[in-house]
Each structure stands twice: as structure tokens, then as C-alpha cells.
Design a protein around this ligand. Structure first.
Ligand code: FAD
Length: 287
């Protein structure tokens, strides 16, 4: 009798493009090493500044290299708040030309010096617009927040908006980073009870420096567990020890998530193949 194999857990990476004054190939080495780890896809961030900061061109270029040179599937991030409808259509056209079929549809954070274009107020507006134009040709991903989005009055309200967003045409969700898995498990239960049934990938960021983590926690409001705060305090001036502690903590978090049957793990790699490899090697057989 043939034994039924459960579906393998998706394992994916996030990278950011080189700054505009750096050559595109400055990221090739890192991309090559990350691609060797055979993630299911690599997503590429995009600044929220819209055309004022170069639009999505760099993101599309890097995604195209991921697909054509390194033979992994790529996902383009598109934060819409400072994009016009014409610019979004242009992005979709460029993606089609390059054979990119996955989009992470985002609102983006407000950029103080840029006046929002008003064509898209929320990610939901972008998702309806893109679905209307691309039909089922594109796989649409969206963001979700296990501890609630920082601007939302509370998690309950944020979840109601998330439901509207998913119903606008989302295929998969990727979560904001978190350090306490219990928030993620409670969030999963709440989304299911609201009728949100698309797969949710857990966003994991391995900590590499105290400064980096403090910035991230301020930006996204993630709770830092006491045990991890103690590690940060003890090793803050020993970069190698802190990096190793960050890898161990992230690996432990992932093992627990896999044990709880998570749909996917999305690693915020910070373009660092060393850290991604250490974690991949430890969890590969568990996926
Ligand atoms: P939305 O889903 O539109 O939600 C934004 C806020 O509006 C929430 O507080 C929500 O509760 C509220 N809201 C939603 N609908 C309504 C409504 N109808 N009425 C009133 N309030 C409403 N940013 C970038 O600039 N570039 C990136 O590449 C990038 N990549 C990311 C990748 C991931 C996996 C994640 C989790 C985030 C990423 N971000 C990125 C950050 C993201 O753009 C910000 O968190 C942004 O503030 C919210 O984007 P969103 O798509 O979740 O917005």
C-alpha cells in the first residue's frame, strides 16, 4: 500500500536589492549562495517611496536574476502607497515580460518626504486592482501581523481588515517577524475562526546585532521574550557570540513552528548567506 506523504513545508527567503548607487552584481555572490540552499522562493523587497525612489525597477531586476541566473522562483514586493495605477500596470507588464508570476502586495509605510498618490490607500485596493488585471496569472501574497499591525487600534480590528484583504484575492500570507511563537499560534486560531484559510508562512528574523533588533522591534512592535533580552544584554558587545545566539534562537523557534505544523517558514536573510545556511542545515530534514 502506498503511504500518504504530508505536504512538505515551504521554506523561503527574503532579500533586499543593492542600493541604487551600487552595481546590481554586488548582490550576485549572496544570491548564488542563498540559491544553493534551494529555498522554494526568494522574495525581493522594494522601498515604499514609489517613483520618487526609483519605483520597482531594481526589485524586478534582482527577481529576474534570481529566476534566470540562479533558477529559483522569485517574488516581487510592491508597496503601493506611493504608486499610481499607471506605475502598477507598468510593474505588472515588466514582471510579465520577465516571466515573474508572484507578487507580494503591500501598502508600504508612509515616507515623510513623499506625498501619497491616493490611487491605493490599503494593500486590499492593490490586490483587487491586480486581480482585476492579471486574473489568475499571478500568485498574490500579502502581509499579516501576529501581534497586530502597529497602526491598528487592536488585533481584532486588524484581523477584520485582514479578512477583507484576503477576500480581495490573496493566495498566501507571510507574517511579520515575531520572537514568541505563542503569538503566532493564537493568531492562526483567530484567522481560522474568521474564515481565513489561505496558507500562512511564519516570518523569522535571526538576530545579528543588538542595534538591528532594537530598530526592528521599534518599527514593527514585536515582543522580545525575556530569555532573549537576557542573551542580547549578555552578548551585545561580542558580535560573533550574539550572531551564534541569534542563529540558535531562530532555529529553536523554527523547530517549534514545524512541530506545530506551520505552512511555511519565511527567513528574513538580511542578504546574509552564512546565517541562512546554518539555519537551513539544521532544519532541512524537518521540512
Ligand atoms: P494593509 O494591509 O493595507 O494594512 C495597513 C494598516 O491599515 C493596518 O493597520 C490595517 O489594520 C489598516 N487597514 C487595512 N484596511 C483598512 C481599512 N479599510 N480601513 C482602515 N484601516 C485599514 N514595506 C515596504 O515598504 N517594502 C517591502 O518590501 C516590504 N516588505 C514586507 C514584507 C513582509 C512579509 C511584511 C510583513 C511587511 C513588509 N513591508 C514592506 C512593511 C509593510 O509595507 C508595512 O507593514 C505597512 O505599514 C503595512 O502594509 P500592509 O500591506 O500590511 O498594509
Amino acid at each position: 500500500m502506498e503511504r500518504h506523504q504530508p505536504p512538505r513545508t515551504i521554506f523561503s527567503f527574503e532579500v533586499f536589492p543593492p542600493k541604487r548607487d551600487m552595481p546590481l552584481d554586488s548582490i550576485y555572490q549572496a544570491l548564488g549562495e542563498l540559491a544553493e540552499l534551494q529555498p522554494d522562493f526568494i522574495s525581493v523587497t522594494c522601498g515604499a517611496g514609489g517613483s520618487a525612489s526609483g519605483g520597482s525597477t531594481r526589485t524586478i531586476e534582482v527577481t529576474s536574476v534570481i529566476q534566470d541566473k540562479y533558477h529559483r522562483e522569485g517574488v516581487v514586493h510592491l508597496p503601493c502607497i506611493n504608486f499610481s495605477k499607471e506605475e502598477v500596470l507598468d510593474t505588472l507588464e515588466q514582471m510579465k515580460t520577465k516571466g515573474i508570476r508572484k507578487l507580494l502586495a503591500l501598502r508600504g509605510d508612509r515616507v515623510p518626504e513623499v506625498e501619497p498618490k491616493q490611487d491605493f490607500l490599503y494593500a486590499k485596493d492593490l490586490i483587487s486592482f491586480v486581480r482585476g488585471h492579471a486574473g489568475d496569472d499571478l500568485q498574490i501574497f500579502a502581509a499579516c501581523y501576529p501581534e497586530g499591525h502597529v497602526e491598528a487600534p487592536d488585533l481584532k480590528t486588524d484581523l477584520l481588515y485582514l479578512k477583507e484583504k484576503v477576500d480581495a484575492g490573496v493566495d498566501r500570507l507571510i507574517s511579520q517577524l515575531f520572537f514568541d511563537n505563542d503569538y503566532f499560534y493564537e493568531f492562526r486560531e483567530k484567522t481560522a475562526s474568521l474564515g481565513i484559510h489561505v496558507p500562512i508562512e511564519a516570518g523569522i528574523m535571526p538576530v545579528t546585532s543588538k542595534k538591528q533588533i532594537e530598530r526592528m522591534v521599534t518599527l514593527c512592535g514585536a515582543t522580545l521574550p525575556r530569555k532573549f533580552q537576557r542573551v542580547l544584554a549578555k552578548y551585545e558587545s561580542q558580535p560573533e557570540a550574539l550572531r551564534d545566539a541569534g542563529i540558535a534562537f531562530a532555529t529553536d523557534q523554527i523547530v517549534d513552528l514545524l512541530g506545530h505544523g506551520v505552512d511555511g517558514i519565511h527567513l528574513y536573510t538580511m542578504n546574509n548567506p552564512y546565517i541562512a545556511r546554518k539555519i537551513s542545515d539544521s532544519i532541512r530534514s524537518l521540512l
